[in-house]
Design a protein around this ligand. Sequence first.
Ligand code: ATP
Length: 353
Amino acid sequence: MAHDIAVIPGDGIGREVVSEAFPLVRDVAEARGTTLAPTEFDWGSERYLEEGEMMPEDGLDRLEAYDSILLGAVGHPDVPDHVTLHGLRLPITKGFDQHVCRRPSYLFEGVDSPLRGYDAGEIDFVVYRQNTEGEYAHVGGREHEGSDNEVAVQSAVFTREATERLVRPAFEAAAAREGKLTNVTKSNAQAYGMVFWDDVVEEVSADYPGVEVERLLVDAASMDFVRRPEEFDVIAASNLFGDVLTDLGAIISGSIGLAPSANVDPTGTYPSMFEPVHGSAFDITGDGVANPLATVLSCSMMLRNLGEEDVADALREGVAAQLADESAPRTPDIGGEGTTEEVVSDLRTRLLG
Ligand code: ATP
């Protein structure tokens, strides 16, 4: 099969990991009879600094025809973070109804967790994060700016439709995995949105009698990600809580440089977008040491979503084999001295000979 892929390398290390990882992914796919036809879009903060916008006004129209989108990262020291987020990533996730964000955390063999005593595979869960509304709904305002009476209001918006469309796939995933769903909210403090969310979870749970439901407040969940990560299977969380918990999930499974993510429209009406969890990381940009494996694993999720299971499996198995091999190059975030290029080149040899 052939698939058209929109590639947006973005900013900082996003450009470095995508320029190394994607050509490898394309070649691995080609060797298995799958053609990935990329079109690169030079959108991001450099464009914003020159032209005042991260992507063109008709950006979504230009992306819509693609089968998938690969995003590196966005963020720049000279551009406020809310500008980069609202200028590119959020318009795409909202515009293309990518209401499910899937972020797996998995401890691979050969990778050290900062939590001691965990063997490979013992940390293995996936966060289902609501991706289009909640605390990131962009509803609010500021009044009396600069005065002593200044007030800023930021509303979180939870609709039945969007909440259910996150919760149901999370239950489906739990039913197909270990049969456990942890529902993370803050319903003791946020009595409207979060209690409503709990109600939706309870309603949907009636359709999944085989799935055990655990309820946790986000503060307790943060503690338990560190105290007993092995007990989690599927976690359902709002946009903000999912965002925060998945950085924690990334670090306990070794590094944010290993954490992939998928922003999915499960109906397939629009293209889904795949990206590493990490940001543009300007502290290491230009050093050539960014870990490219989160991007390779994100591409594996992309290929699985496109129905190319064997390419997806090959990429994931290649990463697992490399991490398990003590003599293989690895980047400094996981204790090595290797470069982005060396890691990808080693993977190339493993996967393509
Ligand atoms: P954001 O864009 O979310 O504000 P950021 O660009 O500041 O984030 P993060 O992605 O949150 O950075 O990562 C935090 C730190 O982790 C980075 O500053 C960097 O040192 C390290 N890091 C992130 N990604 C990688 C990677 N792929 N390889 C190695 N180290 C990484």
